[in-house]
Design a protein around this ligand. Structure first.
Ligand SMILES: [Zn+2]
Length: 244
């Protein structure tokens, strides 16, 4: 008979404490997303191990009666303490919420895990965590199959669109647009980020004053395409919330 106890190694992307003192965590692992409960965890040694963004090895036990697997053991395998810094935490949180929205439980994706782990490392170590978050958000979306249409106007299909699409976060042609065209660096980013390697994108950051428009496009695109991302939307940098 197969054991119902399994070992998983992954990163905590969501953590909630119930009034009863249980900790409910969602881990992103190379074998997919795992949701489990540590009963009474708040009062035990698991509390500090099952923290957001920690890389942990867990042993979980699943019974047919319970909808949630139970965390029996957790071992800390890695942590990125700099993610707690102001200016980094919000971007890490944004990535975790996006990964949670994009990937389903039980969906096997080693690539998603590697990309997400790389995003957290970049946000922790790089001098420009905002740029890491923008690049990696589009890379994660691309991996999940959500790719912006950049070759044709999202409204009429005309070629070479260069203007923001305030409703869908894609691109519009000059005839359909109500906003001025994107600057060249932003256009280059939107057209190529999904195909380009992370390294190449990291070497060509878009100037800071162009980023609010990119965040806004990302917010619209994710809201329309992925849906059900309320908690994620609240984390998108404030500048992106300016209405058009
Ligand atoms: Zn058009």
């Amino acid at each position: 008979m197969r054991s119902r106890s399994t070992n998983r190694s992954g990163i905590v992307i969501r953590r909630r404490v119930t009034p009863a003192g249980d900790i409910i965590v969602t881990l992103l692992t190379p074998q997919g997303k795992v949701k489990a409960i540590a009963r009474g965890g708040v009062r035990g040694p698991l509390a500090s191990r099952l923290n957001l963004f920690h890389h942990v090895g867990v042993q979980v036990y699943q019974t047919p009666q319970a909808d949630l697997a139970t965390v029996q053991q957790a071992v800390l395998e890695g942590a990125l303490p700099r993610l707690a810094e102001p200016g980094r935490y919000a971007f890490a949180h944004l990535m975790a919420e996006l990964a949670d929205a994009l990937f389903q439980e039980g969906e096997f994706s080693e690539q998603a895990f590697e990309l997400f782990a790389g995003a957290l490392r970049g946000i922790s170590h790089q001098p420009d965590p905002e740029w890491v978050a923008l690049v990696m958000s589009y890379k994660l979306l691309g991996l999940a199959g959500f790719v912006q249409q950049t070759a044709r106007c999202a409204r009429c299909g005309a070629p070479h669109p260069e203007h923001p699409d305030p409703l869908g976060g894609q691109l519009l042609c000059w005839a359909c647009a109500s906003l001025p065209a994107y600057p060249q660096a932003s256009l280059d980013f939107l057209r190529n980020v999904v195909r380009r390697s992370v390294r190449v994108s990291m070497e060509a950051p878009v100037p800071g004053d162009e980023r609010p428009a990119l965040w806004q496009a990302l917010e619209r695109f994710v809201t329309v395409q992925v849906g059900n991302v309320q908690s994620w939307r609240q984390l998108v940098p404030q500048a992106a919330a300016v209405s058009t």
